[in-house]
Design a protein around this ligand. Structure first.
Ligand SMILES: Nc1ncnc2c1ncn2[C@@H]1O[C@H](COP(=O)(O)OP(=O)(O)OP(=O)(O)O)[C@@H](O)[C@H]1O
Ligand SMILES: [Mg+2]
Length: 308
């Protein structure tokens, strides 16, 4: 998608025109170094969800950093990219894990021309160029390793790198944390960190938006757009009722399954890979498999699903 279409898309979604006007002012006001122009994302997917958009946009306009918190595959990374594209800022994404430390965030010493210099890490570059930096899966990191960015995240807006000059953040710099509650390996974020973000709750997709995404990304016949939507919503409600875990409620998996069907693999085999076998519990697989069988007849072939 051409990023210029994003504005029209958001207006159609119902995002406030006033907010979008302010975004335009922001974009016109802050320059962009040509050397990092290629870091402004070119979007493959649009994020659907007007309320979430409005929360994120207003927080960013007001100078805040945001923490996107929500279940898996709700589009947190898609939204992060969309935000950078909308504001026209370069994006750095840092995947956090237990061994993330200050050098992977800010940078480390390196030798150049017999001199020790800083090899700038993603946080440093985002700070310098007015970029958006995503702390992806922020609750996978150890709390201590993030303390080096506290001063950047609060009103001080400064990176203090031991042994080097301190760096004031470019005015356009914003940090975006993403987190998924309850994934294995996640930690409780400490209050000092959470307090430095505005929290944007990212909900699971609503029926109409899901239908639109399926229609736009696959050449499915309308009746099957409806059926896949029903499949996803049925699994989701079973999970909310604690009949199954959330493992099979996987939009990413559903999209990938439809992709396999498009390549010609059978509907059941495709859904096994993307949905059913995401769970390793025999009883749960059976429930999920039953939901699929009630919606998709065994006689239905993959090629029947798509417009030619
Ligand atoms: N509201 C939405 N708008 C657009 N795409 C969505 C939305 N919700 C889910 N998706 C789709 O879900 C898939 C996963 O998106 P993404 O990787 O951004 O999710 P995530 O929230 O970061 O997941 P995780 O927590 O597992 O990292 C993508 O294919 C994306 O297009
Ligand atoms: Mg993600």
């Amino acid at each position: 998608m051409i990023n210029n279409d994003l504005n029209t898309f958001l207006l159609n979604q119902g995002v406030s025109e006033k907010l979008l006007d302010e975004v335009k002012k922001f974009k016109d006001f802050y320059d962009l170094d040509t050397s990092i122009e290629n870091r402004v994302p070119i979007l493959k997917y649009k994020y659907y969800g007007a309320k979430t958009w409005e929360k994120a946009i207003s927080a960013i306009l007001d100078g805040n950093h945001i923490l996107l918190s929500g279940p898996k595959a709700t589009g947190k990374n898609v939204l992060s990219e969309n935000l950078a594209a909308l504001f026209g800022r370069p994006l750095w994404t840092i995947s956090l894990n237990v061994s993330s430390d200050s050098s992977s965030l800010i940078g480390s010493d390196t030798f150049r021309n017999n001199e020790v210099v800083l090899k700038k890490g993603p946080v440093y570059q985002a700070a310098e160029y007015g970029g958006f930096a995503v702390f992806d899966e922020i609750n996978m990191a150890k709390n201590e390793s993030l303390s080096v960015v506290y001063s950047a995240l609060d009103f001080r807006r400064v990176l203090d790198v031991p042994g080097y000059d301190k760096l004031d953040l470019h005015e356009a710099t914003r940090f975006i944390g993403t987190m998924n509650y309850g994934y294995i390996g996640t930690r409780e974020l400490n209050e000092a960190l959470v307090s430095r973000f505005m929290i944007v709750d990212v909900p699971t997709i609503v029926e109409n938006d899901l239908k639109t995404i399926l229609t736009e990304n696959f050449t499915l016949k309308t009746e099957y757009v409806d059926l896949f939507t029903k499949l996803f919503l049925d699994l989701q409600s079973k999970s909310l009722n604690s009949e199954i875990s959330s493992k099979s409620v996987d939009l990413r998996g559903l999209f990938a399954s439809i992709g396999s069907m498009k390549k010609g693999l059978s509907i059941y085999d495709s859904l096994d890979m993307g949905i059913v076998d995401k769970s390793f519990d025999a009883y749960e697989k059976e429930i999920v498999g039953d939901v699929i069988k009630t919606l998709f007849s065994p006689k239905l072939k993959s090629e029947d699903l798509f417009e030619r």
